[in-house]
Design a protein around this ligand. Structure first.
Ligand code: SF4
Length: 104
């Protein structure tokens, strides 16, 4: 047990490079990620990365990205990955696609 007045030594804290501001690392990351996103989706994707869009938009972007942003409307609608946790929340679920979760 600690005695009254005992000070905890914080080892390891000095190993963190404090000269690199945290915000600049995130900014670099965002810019790097956006390089792989088509122009039509970049603005929305960026806002999601920065946490400035609703959760719904982040889910939509995840599905579009999963389809490589190509023909996303149809691909997401016809997605058969029932095991994906986002399957019931995917943005496009037209009834006429006739795709339903298999009964267990
Ligand atoms: S629901 Fe389908 S399209 Fe959306 S992330 Fe999951 S696998 Fe990808």
């Amino acid at each position: 047990m600690f005695k009254k007045g005992h000070k905890i030594r914080r080892t390891g804290a000095s190993k963190i490079d404090s000269t690199v501001p945290k915000a600049s690392i995130q900014e670099d990351m965002v810019q790097e990620i956006l390089k792989g996103v088509p122009k039509d989706y970049q603005r929305r994707y960026e806002l999601c990365l920065r946490g400035k869009k609703a959760l719904r938009n982040a889910i939509n972007m995840t599905c579009y990205e999963c389809c490589c942003f190509e023909d996303a409307q149809n691909r997401v609608n016809e997605c058969l990955s029932y095991r994906c946790p986002l399957w019931n929340y995917r943005p496009i679920r037209r009834k006429n696609a006739g795709i339903e979760m298999p009964k267990v």
